[in-house]
Design a protein around this ligand. Sequence first.
Ligand code: G
Ligand code: G
Ligand code: MN
Ligand code: NA
Length: 255
Amino acid sequence: LYLEQELRGAWDRGELRLVYQPIFRTRDHMLVGAEVLLRWNHPTLGSIPPSVFIDVAEQSGLIQALGPKVLHAACEQAMQWPRNAAGEEVFISVNVSPRQLRNGDLVGEVETSLHTSGLAASRLHLELTETAVIGDEILAVTLLEKLHRAGVRVWLDDFGTGFSGLSHLRQVPVDGVKIDRSFVADMERDPDDLALTTAIIAMAHALGITVVAEGVEQRAQFELLSQRGCDLVQGYWLGRPLNADALVQLLEHDT
Ligand code: G
Ligand code: G
Ligand code: MN
Ligand code: NA
């Protein structure tokens, strides 16, 4: 409850900030996008991990206010980004929590953020967790269709952890999946995880959707994913979350 009270005013007090983790195309190592991640630096408790406070925000309903703020700030920030070294526009990927899907007016918020920032809809990607989407398929399909009509891309985040994955992929109109980092972490040691990762990539491609692997921490993991045709990669080996200025600098120096 204490955290909830503290979190309530955290945005206005400037304790929350956004960082951006670059996402690279496997084929040519080009920076093609970035995922926005919230950070909370509390004046006395210090840095509180998102795994803790996102949960608080979700349980308390605070995410309803926080979510649109993040979305809006992220779109404004992406408007500042130069093109990448290949001359392509870089996308911004925003996490959407399950509660934002169920209760809020996500489509309206997306449209407002795009309109006020001027960001092209195709540059905005939303990350929905696999479990939230599969939990209510009828709601999800309607919502995903509306989001597509608004022109944004939708990814299934933490993919593979929901155990419902592969067969449901056919029913939900998504543009891509993000293979959960737990699979990537053990891929080299655990033949099951390697097999699953391989299967997810093949299945996604059979359905014509993009695959991102997250949590790539070592070259060997990158190589395994690359050999299997994984489209995009994200992780500490390639790039840590950066503040807004650092990401702009990275894009500028890349060109
Ligand atoms: O940032 P970290 O590196 O630790 O993220 C931990 C978890 O918090 C991840 O599951 C991530 O998706 C989630 N998270 C980070 N930022 C946001 C955000 O802005 N909104 C939502 N809903 N989740 C976020
Ligand atoms: O659930 P979500 O996929 O949005 O989680 C993103 C989280 O993963 C963020 O907390 C981010 O800091 C973290 N992350 C990004 N790259 C790596 C990595 O290479 N290793 C680990 N362990 N975590 C990572
Ligand atoms: Mn994510
Ligand atoms: Na994830």
